[in-house]
Design a protein around this ligand. Sequence first.
Ligand SMILES: [Zn+2]
Ligand SMILES: [Zn+2]
Length: 69
Amino acid sequence: MSDRELHCDTCAGVVPFEAPPCGDGHGADCPELICTGCGAAVVIATFAFRETRLASRRAPRRPSHARAA
Ligand SMILES: [Zn+2]
Ligand SMILES: [Zn+2]
Protein backbone atom coordinates (compact mmCIF):
# COMPACT_ATOMS: atom_id res chain seq x y z
CA MET A 1 0.00 0.00 0.00
CA SER A 2 1.17 3.46 -0.77
CA ASP A 3 -0.78 5.74 1.49
CA ARG A 4 0.17 9.33 1.84
CA GLU A 5 -1.38 12.16 3.70
CA LEU A 6 -2.56 15.14 1.75
CA HIS A 7 -4.79 18.07 2.40
CA CYS A 8 -8.32 17.61 1.16
CA ASP A 9 -10.51 20.63 0.60
CA THR A 10 -13.68 18.60 0.99
CA CYS A 11 -12.57 17.07 4.25
CA ALA A 12 -11.07 20.40 5.31
CA GLY A 13 -7.99 18.78 6.67
CA VAL A 14 -5.13 16.41 6.11
CA VAL A 15 -6.37 12.92 5.44
CA PRO A 16 -4.70 9.77 4.19
CA PHE A 17 -4.99 9.22 0.47
CA GLU A 18 -4.61 5.88 -1.19
CA ALA A 19 -3.83 4.89 -4.74
CA PRO A 20 -6.89 3.58 -6.56
CA PRO A 21 -6.78 0.59 -8.85
CA CYS A 22 -5.18 2.04 -11.92
CA GLY A 23 -6.84 1.35 -15.23
CA ASP A 24 -4.36 3.30 -17.28
CA GLY A 25 -1.38 1.09 -16.84
CA HIS A 26 0.55 3.48 -14.66
CA GLY A 27 1.29 0.78 -12.16
CA ALA A 28 3.17 1.97 -9.11
CA ASP A 29 3.74 5.30 -10.80
CA CYS A 30 0.05 6.11 -11.00
CA PRO A 31 -0.36 9.81 -10.18
CA GLU A 32 -3.92 9.35 -9.01
CA LEU A 33 -4.89 9.23 -5.36
CA ILE A 34 -8.26 8.80 -3.72
CA CYS A 35 -9.19 10.55 -0.50
CA THR A 36 -10.07 7.94 2.07
CA GLY A 37 -12.34 10.44 3.76
CA CYS A 38 -14.63 11.58 0.96
CA GLY A 39 -13.51 9.56 -2.02
CA ALA A 40 -12.38 12.53 -4.05
CA ALA A 41 -9.77 11.77 -6.66
CA VAL A 42 -6.74 13.93 -6.99
CA VAL A 43 -3.82 13.78 -9.35
CA ILE A 44 -0.43 14.40 -7.91
CA ALA A 45 2.37 15.59 -10.10
CA THR A 46 5.34 15.06 -7.88
CA PHE A 47 7.00 12.70 -10.26
CA ALA A 48 9.44 14.15 -12.72
CA PHE A 49 8.09 14.72 -16.14
CA ARG A 50 10.16 13.41 -18.92
CA GLU A 51 10.47 15.14 -22.21
CA THR A 52 9.14 12.60 -24.61
CA ARG A 53 9.23 14.91 -27.57
CA LEU A 54 12.69 15.58 -28.80
CA ALA A 55 12.99 18.86 -30.60
CA SER A 56 13.38 18.36 -34.32
CA ARG A 57 15.28 15.16 -34.23
CA ARG A 58 16.72 14.66 -37.65
CA ALA A 59 18.52 11.70 -39.00
CA PRO A 60 21.82 12.55 -40.61
CA ARG A 61 21.49 12.66 -44.33
CA ARG A 62 23.59 10.48 -46.44
CA PRO A 63 24.01 10.78 -50.16
CA SER A 64 21.91 8.07 -51.70
CA HIS A 65 24.22 7.85 -54.67
CA ALA A 66 27.58 7.12 -53.18
CA ARG A 67 30.33 7.51 -55.71
CA ALA A 68 33.41 5.41 -55.63
CA ALA A 69 36.32 7.77 -55.36
ZN1 LIG B 1 -3.10 5.53 -13.18
ZN1 LIG C 1 -11.62 14.22 1.30
